[in-house]
Design a protein around this ligand. Structure first.
Ligand code: XMP
Length: 506
């Protein structure tokens, strides 16, 4: 295991991803809460930070169990930290050191830089610079502007780099991490989906024993993979609940339920459409809609969970980014929209929580799903928001509006699939706008609704850009929507990026 100590850098998660890509297991812990079993880690990486080591409030953890005892790599702030507090000197840089740079000097014969030559592109992002190396420090690399771009401490397995190996623009960054972790620290590259499944199934058997687990399926990748893993571990003792909130895509409830049954899951489909739509009647504020849907979901789920006698556990498809977000150094960032399915367990559901995917990133969840033999179509599904079509119908929600939007969405998504575009898009959907406009059909004047189509590229939903769909595709799709869906006479395509727009319109 590799320990990453987080000093609050925006890139900390990226370090973890790169390490995992090397098939090495790692965990992120905040710098101010070291795990108890530090000495059992095979290597430690110190992240960057928005702070300066020269400031009073600079993170200053006790590394006495780590430095000189375990292989240690300091990145950016981590590198400055190891210099500043060990006899070196850190000062503000004279020139701005952001972005692209190239190594101008690399010390020969160092395992750390094996296969990396002078000229290699690295990514800098810092305003302090290391003027004097720490005691026993040996310079390993420089760039034109940064004399001490990398160093080691003689007599220890301590290494430090000013640049960020984890970002894509540091061309040899992954190789550098591999040199440190595999060749210097001797960490094994045995973190594979297959091993994960084996290990997790054993752990789940031990953790849950013969207890019953209740799990809410959403149709999405995370809850589905969590269910299959739990099912493998405890079989019939896993009771899945799949709620139709009446705001799903067309045919979604039936087809996904059918798939779940085909996977051997013990699943109960609950159609609560009327209950949700009733509670949403006349509500047009987006946050209000989310709150109502969240509340009704918990009520429905709780009703169903009570029917399963002696349930002791609640299974959840929480993944690592949600976990990191909730424990990060600076706390969760400002809430732009309240995502109801991220968050804790309501008090009245007095169940213990079991989260088999809490240490995985999204792409790892997909790989685990594949190694469990799950349907690629289910694993490759676009993300879909918990509140569903409610936040794609601007204004108040009626069953008629839901039906119209389901038709439009169905045509759009089916066409994306038929044109081989579905997998090139990260997320797609249609918005029903609270706008009527004039049209003409045959000799009749119409005054009907407008829909906006949205298709975006993204990796995590945090930033996104609209997809350049072929004109011919848009033309055919627009035609089909207007011809087939009664009540819609105009289709527009959303060409806004996030930021400043968001993916959903509400
Ligand atoms: P935005 O609109 O914030 O969306 O750019 C980013 C991603 O989050 C999804 N989303 C939600 N998911 N509950 C969810 O479960 C919500 O309330 C919610 N709002 C947005 C959105 O579909 C996109 O994938």
């Amino acid at each position: 295991n590799v320990l990453i100590l987080d000093f609050g850098s925006q890139y900390t998660q990226l370090i973890a991803r790169r390490v995992r890509e090397l098939n090495i297991y790692c965990e992120i812990h905040p710098y101010n809460s070291l795990p108890d079993n530090v000495s059992t880690f095979k290597a430690v990486i110190l992240s960057g930070s928005p702070s300066s080591v020269r400031s009073e409030e600079a993170p200053h953890p006790d590394l006495s169990e780590i430095k000189g005892k375990l292989p240690l790599l300091g990145v950016c702030y981590g590198a400055q930290y190891l210099a500043h507090f060990n006899g070196g000197a850190v000062a503000p840089s004279n020139t701005r050191e952001y972005g692209r740079a190239n190594l101008s000097y690399v010390k020969e014969g160092e395992a750390f830089f094996e296969g990396i030559e002078s000229g290699s592109q690295v990514w800098m992002s810092h305003s302090d610079t290391i003027k004097v190396l720490p005691e026993n420090g040996v310079k390993l690399a420089s760039t034109e502007d940064v004399e001490n771009a990398a160093y080691k401490i003689e007599g220890e397995e301590t290494y430090a780099i000013q640049f960020h190996p984890e970002v894509y623009h540091s061309t040899d960054g992954k190789l550098l991490l591999e040199n440190f972790l595999v060749h210097i620290a001797g960490v094994k590259q045995d973190w594979t989906p297959y091993n994960f499944v084996e290990m997790t199934v054993n752990d789940l058997k031990e953790q849950v024993g013969n207890d019953k687990v209740v799990l809410g399926l959403s149709g999405g990748v995370d809850s589905s993979v969590a269910a299959v893993l739990l099912n493998k571990a405890i079989g019939e003792n896993l009771h899945c609940i799949f709620v139709n909130n009446g705001l799903l895509r067309k045919y979604e409830f039936e087809s996904v339920l059918h798939q779940y049954e085909g996977m051997g899951l013990n699943v109960k489909g609950v159609d609560a459409s009327a209950r949700f739509l009733d509670a949403l009647k006349g509500v047009d504020d987006p946050e209000q809609k989310r709150k109502i849907i969240g509340r009704v979901f918990i009520e429905v789920f709780d009703d169903e969970a009570h029917k399963i006698t002696d349930a002791k556990w609640l299974g959840q498809g929480t993944i690592y980014p949600d976990v990191i977000e909730s424990i990060s150094v600076n706390g969760p960032s400002a809430t732009i929209k309240s995502h109801h399915n991220v968050g804790g367990l309501p008090d009245f559901m007095k169940l213990k929580v079991v989260e088999p995917l809490r240490m995985l990133f999204k792409d790892e969840v997909r790989r685990v799903g594949a190694s469990l033999g799950m349907n690629p179509e289910l694993l490759g599904r676009h993300p879909f928001p918990g509140p569903g079509l409610a936040i794609r119908i601007l204004g108040d929600i009626t069953p008629e509006k839901v039906a119209v939007l389901q038709e439009v969405d169905h045509i759009f998504i089916t066409n994306l699939k038929n044109w081989g575009l579905y997998d090139k898009v990260w997320q797609a959907g249609a918005m029903l706008l609270p706008v009527n406009s004039v049209g003409v059909m045959g000799d009749e004047r119409t005054y009907e609704k407008c829909v906006a189509l949205r298709a975006v590229e993204s990796t995590d939903g945090m930033t996104a850009d609209w997809v350049n769909l072929p004109y011919e595709f848009l033309q055919k799709t627009s035609n089909e929507i207007i011809n087939k869906v009664k009540g819609v006479n105009r289709v527009v395509y959303d060409i806004s990026s996030k930021p400043p727009a968001t993916i959903e319109w509400e």
